[in-house]
Design a protein around this ligand. Structure first.
Ligand SMILES: *Cc1c(COP(=O)(O)O)cnc(C)c1O
Length: 397
């Protein structure tokens, strides 16, 4: 088999060697429980608080505003459920979100709707970006929470977070953002952005899986998630995953320190892919070309199935995705592509290529050669493409 080319970094990332090295002592040397009063325990406690401080510094938060969790999904669930419980006490009932959130947010909102909360889903238009004016118009006297993702995990579009934060602050509404795709990939300053709650996941920035954090601003109400010991300021009991937590903090520090360099390299490779793949007839880039993550390419090719494209790319050792890892295996087209107005048949022909600092120009040269060949091959066998050629069916893109 050819050497693997990994272009699914929005799905997960490789752990940085320096992170693995920083984690190892916690398994057999620094294995104390941070809650123990003896020497080993107190040393673990120091490392835990050091990790919290590092995480806080990376997003300009205070360290007691950082809660460690098991990942992005838990942080999202916790933030939303917590805000809703508090709102119920105050008799408030309305939440504003967007149509293309990650399922960790969307499914939590569905659960809250079943409990009687009302949710307004803002449109994201063809560019994949919410409009602040739509948010202002959607606000009601009983609106207590706005949850809008920082950057979309499928099409990489970056939302106007600072403007949204300002509007929420003016209206005294809690603002949560799922920043899982943004942390470690964009500069983030929670104070400047007026964010109240922000979700983080380690495995999206070359840290280990199964660990994340929730930033929760001082005075923002947060309900206890797990009962038991006094860990995480009495809000989430259970002995801390210290190796994971320290690994995450190390990974984020590296990502933030190297951000400019990595973004520059990724942008160059991303634009090369977009330029080359756009030469394929009847292809289209999904989401705004400018306001997008430096590592994200997402395109649709008319007349083919994304799944077939993925299988043939896999034969050449290329790991890509058709969209969200969570929807792979289901036949429904991506809710994100439908939200930006792609018709069902076009949404089925999608390809997501997401870069990391480890990708090389040589790899990208292989991709921009392989994709057009495979698309051409699949189109030759496609009855839909045949109909498009004969004019029985009209091109949409
Ligand atoms: C990956 C991802 C999540 C889920 O994070 P986990 O740590 O895998 O639970 C949530 N939101 C977004 C935008 C993501 O990309």
């Amino acid at each position: 088999m050819n050497k693997t080319i990994y272009l699914d970094n929005a799905g997960t990332t490789k752990v940085d060697e320096r992170v693995i090295k920083a984690m190892l002592p916690f398994f057999d040397v620094e294995y104390g429980n941070p809650s123990s009063l003896h020497l080993l325990g107190q040393s673990a406690k120091e490392k835990l608080e050091e990790a919290r401080e590092i995480m806080a510094n990376c997003i300009n938060a205070d360290s007691n505003e950082i809660y460690f969790t098991s990942g992005g999904s838990e942080s999202d669930n916790w933030a939303l459920m917590s805000a809703a419980r508090f709102a119920k006490i105050k008799g408030k009932n309305h939440i504003i979100s967007s149509a293309f959130e990650h399922h960790a947010v969307l499914h939590t909102l569905k659960k809250l709707e079943k409990e009687g909360f009302e949710v307004t889903y803002l449109p994201v238009y063809s560019q994949g970006i919410v409009k602040p004016d739509d948010l202002i118009n959607a606000i009601r006297p009983d609106t207590f929470l706005v949850t809008i993702m920082f950057a979309n995990n499928e099409i990489g579009t970056i939302q106007p977070i600072e403007e949204i934060g300002k509007i929420c602050k003016e209206h005294n509404i809690i603002f949560h953002t799922d920043a899982v795709q943004a942390v470690g990939h964009l500069p983030i300053d929670v104070k400047k952005l007026n964010v109240d709650m922000l979700s983080i996941s380690s495995h999206k920035f070359h840290g280990p899986k199964g660990v994340g954090a929730l930033y929760c601003k001082h005075k923002t109400p947060i309900f206890p998630l797990i009962e038991g010991g006094t860990q995480e300021n009495n809000k989430r009991a259970g002995t801390e995953n210290l190796a994971g937590i320290y690994g995450m903090a190390t990974a984020l520090k590296i990502a933030v320190d190297e951000l400019d360099k990595v973004m520059q390299k990724e942008t160059m490779l991303r634009d090369k892919m977009i330029n080359e793949l756009s030469k394929i007839p009847h292809s289209i880039l999904n989401g705004d070309a400018e306001k997008r993550l430096s590592n994200n390419v997402n395109m649709c090719f008319e007349g083919i199935e994304g799944e077939s494209l993925l299988l043939l790319l896999a034969d050449e050792g290329i790991c890509a995705s058709s969209g969200s890892a969570c929807t792979s295996g289901s036949l429904d087209p991506s809710h994100v592509l439908l939200a930006i107005g792609r018709p069902h048949e076009v949404a089925h022909g999608s390809l997501r290529l997401t870069l990391s600092k480890y990708n090389t120009e040589e790899e990208i040269d292989k991709i921009v050669k392989a994709v057009p060949e495979i698309v051409g091959y699949l189109r030759k066998m496609s009855p839909v493409w045949d109909e498009l050629q004969k004019g029985v069916r009209n091109h949409v893109i």
